[in-house]
Write a protein that binds this ligand. Structure first.
Ligand code: PMV
Length: 323
């Protein structure tokens, strides 16, 4: 086969990946845990065509060149090396959510690319192998390969640093209300951000404590314990942002509306509502809650100042091929 199409969901990290011990191989300084986001996806078709002189990349109908194409060609080169395929590829990718709108599009993009490219090149790789390849494009993409609730083990090297499913999507009916507070251009991207993490004196502490947070988060998922989950994911997000803010130069992603949402969530929590926030490298807020209350939470979020829109997503499945 020389053509294949794959679909993958983005994911939201419950325990964050921030900082690499090997930037080239994207080997993280700590393990991470996430949930795939149902309803949002990237669909990518890769076709190796002997007539092409160079790789071509089209995202949402627009041709992409420069850095974006280089990152994709880096993954395609690895696939060509392993498979013996010599041809350049055409990559056509579509997101059903706005790129750079607070949902990390790179995770779904590199997961779908890794799966489609290996299949198109005739490689029948295991989930772990595809997760490792996706990791080389974007660390968090490794977690968009397995289904549901996922853990990316930091591993001891390239071979054993990949993601596995902790529990399938139907295991726990959670929702992520993605609160979009800004449509303005993204600040410092995560690749540059990871490189700055070690300049914060707090990073050592955050990393040293990561096994504790991973253990609690895994246990909370397996026991479907929302209070335990909510407390640990919020603490983990706050710890990552403490590192970001105190890096040199400091990365400050929050906007006034971000803080408004955080404050509201904390107030609802103290009133006994099962809700918690987590924030990635941007101003938008992911508000996690049981699916049963997600509609009313989203409605309340929409009434807060500075909130542009709220997307409700459930727990998503694994990256998969489309016939
Ligand atoms: O996969 P990257 O390099 O885009 O890094 C993702 C970083 C965070 O989204 C902030 C945290 C995470 O674990 O997803």
């Amino acid at each position: 086969m020389t053509t294949a199409t794959a679909q993958a969901h983005p994911n939201i990290a419950f325990i964050k990946y921030w900082g690499n011990r090997d930037a080239g191989l994207r080997l993280p300084v700590n393990g991470s845990i996430s949930m795939n986001l149902d309803g949002l996806f990237t669909k990518t078709t890769v076709s190796f065509q002997p007539s092409l002189a160079v790789d071509e990349l089209i995202i949402n109908g627009r041709e992409v060149t420069g850095k974006g194409l280089e990152r994709v060609s880096f993954i395609l080169d690895l696939v060509r090396q392993k498979s013996g395929v010599k041809a350049q590829a055409e990559v056509i990718s579509e997101n059903n959510f706005p790129t750079g709108a607070g949902v990390a599009s790179s995770a779904a993009a590199f997961a779908a690319l890794a799966l489609a490219a290996t299949k198109a090149a005739g490689l029948n790789w295991t989930e772990a192998q595809v997760s490792r390849l996706a990791r080389l494009g974007s660390g968090s993409a490794s977690r968009s390969i397995p289904a549901g609730f996922v853990e990316w083990k930091m591993g001891s090297g390239d071979e054993d640093s990949y993601a596995v499913s902790i529990a399938p999507p139907e295991y726990w009916a959670l929702a992520d209300c993605v609160v979009l507070v800004s449509s303005s251009h993204k600040g410092t991207g995560s690749t540059e951000g990871h490189a700055l993490a070690s300049t914060s004196p707090f990073q050592v502490v955050r990393v040293a404590d990561s096994t504790r947070r991973l253990d609690i988060c895994r246990q909370a998922i397996l026991e479907r314990d929302f209070d335990l989950l909510g407390a640990i994911i919020q603490q983990d997000s706050d710890m990552m942002h403490a590192v970001m803010i105190t890096s040199q130069p400091g990365l400050f992603y929050w906007e006034p509306a971000t803080l408004g949402v955080m404050t509201a969530v904390r107030q609802w929590q103290s009133g006994g509502v099962q809700v918690a926030y987590t924030i990635d490298a941007g101003p938008n807020v992911h508000v996690i809650c049981p699916q049963a209350i997600s509609k009313s939470i989203a409605e309340n979020l929409r009434s807060l100042p500075g909130v542009n829109s709220v997307l409700i997503t459930g727990v998503g499945g694994a990256a998969h091929l489309i016939p």
